[in-house]
Design a protein around this ligand. Structure first.
Ligand SMILES: NC(=O)c1ccc[n+]([C@@H]2O[C@H](COP(=O)([O-])OP(=O)(O)OC[C@H]3O[C@@H](n4cnc5c(N)ncnc54)[C@H](OP(=O)(O)O)[C@@H]3O)[C@@H](O)[C@H]2O)c1
Length: 286
């Protein structure tokens, strides 16, 4: 890699940030497209987020991604927030505009939808409702994507039902009917659904398993787990055994990077088998 005075700069701010796979993702694309650019991890303490974001234009950065714990705090720091990021309540991509202003976007909903299009192209949003487990940050992006796809009914199931109720209230729009349900009702709520999405951290390495009985889920329903460590979560394994089409979480992670990459480096990026293999190596290595 050759760094020159003209090298374009972007990165990811988080605290900690060493777990992030975004450097592997963006630097793969930079190499693939032969772009004079670099994408660096930026460990930024929460109390220094404002200072760090404000320094981006002065340092010549094109922008950055944000990860835990900065996504919500950035909403009140950037100069412009795109309406989807405002609705989701989190910014994961910051673009430095030509006038030096900071634009905040959220690309997780885009990543979720593009991954679903890629892995389950014949999934019909209008056929049956969707059941979403979880009501955290990721669920907000997933529900926003499902509303945009005009899924007729979305059943939100969360351990803390109040959080699901707030999400339903914040994101409900005329196209989508979003309802909140207690965690104990999850098995029965699968009846008649065309899509099941797990957005909880259950099933992730180090977290408890997601206990679920899939027997009421129609066999033509698509099952998505956005957890990507491990890639084959127990939910996906159980769903495949019942004959469901399944979608893992790595593709969402890869697709969410595309809009930022294009804005910073001026070239559209593609999610390929080679990219998936390269990022997968970083998941296995840790
Ligand atoms: N593939 C991707 O690109 C992508 C993107 C973002 C996130 N993710 C993954 O998505 C998962 C959630 O991320 P997040 O940012 O939404 O986290 P979060 O805001 O902390 O939300 C965690 C969710 O998991 C639920 N949960 C945690 N422990 C539980 C338990 N023991 N029983 C039942 N529910 C439990 C929480 O319920 P309560 O509300 O009751 O606490 C909440 O709904 C993580 O595994 C993350 O790695 C993947």
């Amino acid at each position: 890699m050759r760094i020159t005075g003209r090298t374009r700069l972007a990165g990811i701010m988080g605290w900690p940030v060493s777990h992030s796979r975004s450097p592997a993702l963006h630097n793969f694309w930079l190499g693939e497209y032969g772009i004079d650019g670099v994408y660096v991890p930026l460990p930024v303490r929460p109390e220094q987020l404002r200072q760090a974001l404000r320094a981006l234009p002065a340092l010549g950065f094109r922008g950055c991604n944000l990860t835990i714990p900065h996504k919500e705090a950035a909403l009140s720091i950037v100069d412009r927030v795109d309406p989807l990021a405002r609705r989701i309540g989190a910014v994961n991509t910051v673009i430095v505009a030509p006038d030096g202003a900071l634009e905040g976007r959220n690309t997780d909903a885009f990543g979720f939808r593009e991954n679903l299009n890629d892995c389950a192209p014949d999934w019909d949003p209008a056929a049956g409702g969707a059941v979403v487990f979880g009501a955290g940050g990721a669920a907000r992006a997933v529900v926003a994507a499902l509303i945009e796809a005009r899924v007729p009914e979305i059943r939100l199931v969360n351990r803390t039902i109040g959080r699901a109720e707030i999400l339903a209230r914040d994101l409900a729009v005329p196209h989508g009917r979003v309802s909140a349900h207690p965690w104990a009702a999850r098995d029965a709520l699968l009846d008649g659904a065309g899509l099941l999405v797990n957005t909880t951290s259950l099933g992730m390495t180090g977290a408890p398993e997601l206990e679920i009985d899939l027997s009421q889920l129609p066999t033509d329903a698509v099952v998505v787990d956005i957890v990507y460590v491990p890639l084959n979560t127990p939910l996906l394994v159980a769903a495949r055994q019942r004959g469901h089409r399944t979608v893992d979480g790595l593709g969402m992670l890869l697709h969410q990077g595309r809009p930022g990459f294009e804005a910073w480096f001026g070239t559209p990026a593609r999610v390929t088998r080679e990219l998936r293999a390269a990022v997968l190596t970083t998941l296995v290595a840790r």
